[in-house]
Design a protein around this ligand. Sequence first.
Ligand code: ZN
Length: 410
Amino acid sequence: MGRSGKTLDIIKAQLSTIRDRSPFYRAKFDGLDLDIGSWDDFREIPFTDKHELREAYPLGLQAVPDRDVVRIHSSSGTTGKPVIIPYTAKDVEDWAVMFERCYVMAGVTPEDRVHITPGYGLWTAGIGFQAGAERLGAMAIPMGPGNTDKQIQMMEDLGSTVLCATSSYALLLAEEIQRRGARDRIKLARALIGSERWGDKMRARIASELGAELYDIYGLTEIYGPGVGISCEKSCGIHYWDDFIYLEIIDPDTGENLPDGEVGEIVITTLRKEGAPLIRYRTHDLSRIIPGDCPCGSRFPRIDILTGRTDDMVKVKGVNIFPGQIDEVVSSVPAASSEYQAMIDHLGGKDVFTLFFETDATGTEKESVEREIGAAFKSKVGITIVPKAVPVGDLPRSEKKSNRIFDNRY
Ligand code: ZN
């Protein structure tokens, strides 16, 4: 569907009644002309941001009568009030339909035994994985997180074939299985991993230690939960269900739509949600629409594996730069190690981007690696930088990508 007339019609219909249904949007869109005739009109409609959802605490987002609400979920409130999302029976069913699609795309069948380690409760993760597995007809094993001993014991005894986990918990389980020499007793063939920015090296390690194919699953509590999209067996992006959500990629600074292929912020409009519909919701997740058809043959459009969060982005010489792009440049040059540190300064009236990276090369070879990094940066990101090679082990190690970029301009 994507940017088809049919999708526009659905959005038009949503907008025509949203003020009657939702007290949140009645206040937000007060006096606004919502009678849109084109995609350009749609792009004039204001974004919805998370802080507004927080202000609607507890049930300000509810867009149906109480009798139609069957469940609530809540996003973890690390700061301030949590966001509460009410679900109708149809919302719960729609979410399970999407999640079942995810399993099918990952090659999971009713014969499979699905080991679910994400948490249950207010959070949307565990129960979403479970509902989709049950709908598919697979055997759901609702473990929840923690107790690694029991996890591995159950995996062995029940012969779990599919693991659902966050990337960090999957890594912990993989290492523990390795340490115990339990690999031969584990039957895992696939793992569905909550999509977040994680390096190729970590991915390869989890895959080889678990002996499983990995699939990235995408979603967020405000929009159902995980399960609105998943990568396919070709591992070239995440297919998302465009009959349930309309997805835009915007420049986080200007709010303008970006052309397909360019990295920006994911903005989602729900097409069917009843309990708490959202219009142009800013996710703060960074990705890009992958143009063209996927070799897997699926008709569902694709976004790339997440590049990071908008908070990690820096703007240099008018170009938005994300940590994921720097990773990509550095890893495209074989003579450079994966570690880097970027310094951004404002000198003599212009931005200067200096990229320190590690290499074993010395002398003229070192200079040629620097030139290679500079050229790769120019072609992949679009700006000229100052590449500086340092010996391997010189740069500090950090788990957080955002700690590798130092903006000294302000
Ligand atoms: Zn595909």
